[in-house]
Write a protein that binds this ligand. Structure first.
Ligand SMILES: [Zn+2]
Ligand SMILES: [Zn+2]
Length: 256
């Protein structure tokens, strides 16, 4: 074997061994999830969100997003049973009478109320019913101020649970809170409004259905700078509040 070739073989061998060692070192266990939260894979003690090392036993582990079956159940949209109850009421009252009632109570056009009741189902956005539209706007069609046209409940993305432990969502949520605080109260209201809408819409485009999306402030409550000193409602709660209203109106309505 020529001496240069021998060096080449030696180099390849050494690099190979180094790669094998680093691959072994990188193969760390994953964090363990239960409905109580994240725990250390070695000693099972509670660990901080997005941590990579146990404070108790110093085990290194990889952070992972919680699986669906331990992520918190979201009650911001209709459950399967509530959706069944809704259909029963509409059948009892009659589609047109139900739409007229909801239009009158919510002060929205009748065809919008009809569309709301038709598309409302389990996991849908409670504010627009899953139409994606702003039901209150009488002129041209505008996006729903809660789901921005996604049609699913922002707290669960239509799955019925909010995804837990999404590090990117947590980071983006922290950033969003900073940006909202940094908005000058002296800006003209239309500018504040469009910037708040832009920020929230951008967050939801990437992180819909996370526990952070469930805590998202309702941007319309933040438009008036004076009002933003009070705690704003959560957007998902605003959707749920409308659902509760609609269900109450339908429950109390007489049949034809
Ligand atoms: Zn541990
Ligand atoms: Zn909506």
């Amino acid at each position: 074997m020529r001496p240069e070739l021998r060096w080449l073989v030696m180099t390849i061998l050494i690099v190979g061994v180094l790669l094998a060692i680093s691959a072994l070192a990188l193969d760390r266990p994953n964090v363990i999830w239960s409905t109580d939260g994240p725990a250390c894979p070695a000693c099972r003690s509670e660990v901080a969100f997005h941590a990579n090392k146990c404070q108790g036993c110093a085990t290194d582990f990889d952070w992972t997003i919680a699986p669906d079956d331990v992520s918190p159940i979201s009650n911001h949209s209709l459950s399967r049973l509530e959706a069944d109850e809704l259909r029963e009421h509409i059948e009892r009252i009659g589609e047109d009478a139900a739409a007229q009632l909801i239009a009158r109570k919510l002060e929205i056009p009748e065809e919008r109320a009809k569309a709301y009741l038709e598309s409302l189902a389990r996991g849908r956005c409670g504010f627009c019913g899953g139409t994606g539209d702003d039901l209150g706007s009488t002129q041209e069609t505008k996006d729903c101020p809660v789901c921005f046209g996604d049609e699913n409940c922002i707290a669960s993305g239509g799955t019925g649970h909010s995804t837990w432990g999404d590090e990117a969502a947590a980071r983006a949520f922290g950033r969003l809170e900073q940006e909202i605080r940094a908005l000058s109260p002296r800006l003209p209201k239309p500018m504040r409004a469009s910037e708040l809408e832009r920020l929230v819409r951008a967050f939801l485009a990437d992180h819909l259905g996370t526990t952070q999306a469930a805590r998202l402030p309702f941007w319309q409550d933040l438009i008036h700078a004076e009002a933003s000193e009070n705690t704003p409602r959560r957007a998902a709660d605003v959707g749920r509040a409308r659902l509760d209203l609609v269900m109450t109106f339908l429950r109390n309505a007489d049949g034809p």
